[in-house]
Ligand binder design. Structure first.
Ligand SMILES: Nc1nc2c(ncn2[C@@H]2O[C@H](COP(=O)(O)OP(=O)(O)OP(=O)(O)O)[C@@H](O)[C@H]2O)c(=O)[nH]1
Ligand SMILES: [Mg+2]
Length: 465
């Protein structure tokens, strides 16, 4: 990394294992920055990362090793000057940094202080689950010797063990009246904007860059949401418009069902990957830390009727009629509905799935069954699930390691299937709108339908219908 000295430079400092490296990951949206581990002393060297404004690096954030022995160092600093010397903080630190202990016992701490002295300000990361101890107070006294503005970041505020109140009080007593609540694993939606806004208060000389970053962060959040919703709407249009031709011959119908299910699964998977990429969670990141997926597929199987029942989606659409209702239900369990001539064709589906309730006499009546389509309840399930993934990604910091369990949250939803929104109903009649179908033809009408779906009122909740 080149060292751009014109950029605003900020040191991220604090006690060991408080989440400094995690904060850098989240602010730079880089899951690969540095090393994160639940153990003290993980970061040993200072490492910088650029933060860009409209593509131009404007700020350098420096990760630093954790401070370990603040009490020993403060005692040492206090006895450094000979009696009668009136040294201020930076002068005292200069003496220390020139002395032997800066490359000996306090080498780690010396790296931190040197860096903070080089920077215009520091972010002081606190694990608010920890009680306020003498070592923390000593640490703050030493950091104040640098003579740089320090903005405390109350990390882990989402934890039930948070002692944020106690920490705020302590910080005030030490003259630090402004601080920011954050959580690098699940940052508040406006966490980044708030951080930059508050930093601009403690660092008024860099207000224009910091308010630029604040605005950019707010804008990007809105843009990511719109792009995410567009990806989901595209997926739903593709699935609603999808038609797989099929024969009425049971074996061939069975094959068509398997094929169509595979196409639907892959298409949903592609949307998951695109959403991950949009939020800068790489496929690698997802492989090593499986997000909502297990071995490449979403963990609640799309076509598992039990799963659909569990989430309380009830199939509508007037299929439950007459003697062949059972077979229709079985075809629906395959997550597909049948095109024109569906009821008779459904019997063939039932037979293909090994239902065995229909003899050859029944099958001989089968006529006119032509296409498979994706069932309404599958569309709704996909919509819910992708909407929840989008929400989870918006709330996920780049320091998060645990997987997002979208499937688990989806199961909590319990309600009857509502009618498809208009753009999806229209898509039903336009097989050429399906990018995964054999008749795909991209065009303005398809795009219009995607936009209309994004703009549907209900979509604002990320719940497309
Ligand atoms: N839940 C939660 N966990 C966090 C947060 N920040 C960090 N962690 C976890 O805390 C542990 C320590 O995080 P690091 O980022 O390595 O901490 P550090 O301050 O850089 O540690 P050193 O380099 O050893 O000083 C890791 O297991 C992180 O996943 C947070 O805001 N919330
Ligand atoms: Mg670290």
């Amino acid at each position: 990394m080149t060292n751009d000295l014109s950029a605003l430079q900020i040191a991220v400092v604090g006690h060991t294992n408080t989440g400094k490296t995690s904060l850098l990951r989240t602010l730079t949206r880089d899951v690969n920055f540095g090393e994160v581990a639940d153990a003290p002393g993980t970061t040993r060297q200072v490492q910088g990362a650029h933060v860009k404004l409209e593509g131009t690096p404007v700020m350098l954030l420096f990760d630093t090793p954790g401070i370990e022995d603040s009490m020993g160092l403060l005692d040492y600093l206090e006895q450094l000057a000979s009696a009668g010397d009136r040294l201020d903080g930076p002068e005292r630190l200069k003496l220390f940094l020139q002395g032997p202990e800066a490359s000996g016992r306090y080498e780690q701490e010396a790296r931190v202080l040197r860096k903070l002295l080089d920077c215009q300000a520091g972010l002081y990361v606190i694990d608010v689950r920890e009680p306020v101890l003498a070592k923390h107070k000593d640490e703050l006294v030493i950091l104040a010797y640098c003579g740089r503005p320090l903005l405390p970041i109350l990390n882990f505020v989402a934890s039930t063990a948070s002692r944020a109140v106690q920490w705020r009080e302590t910080l005030s007593r030490l003259g630090l009246h402004t601080c920011v609540e954050f959580d690098s694993v699940s940052p508040p939606l406006d966490g980044e904007d708030t951080l930059y806004r508050t930093l601009s208060i403690v660092l008024p000389s860099h207000q224009s860059v910091l308010s630029g970053l604040q605005l950019q962060s707010a804008r990007q959040k809105v843009a990511r949401r719109a792009a995410g919703l567009t990806l989901i709407a595209g997926l739903l249009i593709d699935l609603a418009a999808l038609r797989t031709p099929s024969s009425t011959e049971p074996e061939l119908l069975g094959q068509a069902i398997v094929l169509q299910q595979a196409v639907v699964r892959q298409r949903e998977q592609a949307c998951v990957q695109a959403l991950l990429a949009l939020f800068q969670f790489s496929p690698d990141d997802y492989l090593s830390h499986p997000l909502p997926l297990s071995d490449g597929s979403l963990s609640v199987d799309l076509f598992n009727p039990e799963a659909l029942k569990d989430i309380g989606l009830h199939t509508g659409g007037g299929f439950g009629v007459g003697m062949i209702a059972g077979a229709v239900a079985d075809v629906l369990s395959a997550g597909l509905t049948l095109g024109t001539g569906m009821l008779i064709g459904a019997a063939a589906g039932g037979a293909a799935l090994g239902v065995g309730r229909f003899g050859t006499r029944m099958l001989s009546y089968i006529r006119g069954f032509r296409e498979l389509t994706v069932a309404d309840d599958i569309l709704q399930f996909v919509s819910l699930r992708q909407g929840q993934l989008l929400k989870a990604l918006e709330r996920r910091g780049h320091a998060a390691i645990a997987k997002i369990d979208v499937a688990e949250k989806t199961v909590e939803i319990n309600r009857a299937l509502t009618a498809l929104p208009k753009p999806l109903l229209r898509a039903r009649a336009h097989p050429e709108w399906s990018a995964v179908g054999g008749r795909f033809q991209d065009g303005p009408a398809r795009h219009k339908a995607i936009l209309a779906l994004v703009e549907e009122d209900r979509l604002k909740d990320y719940d497309l219908f």
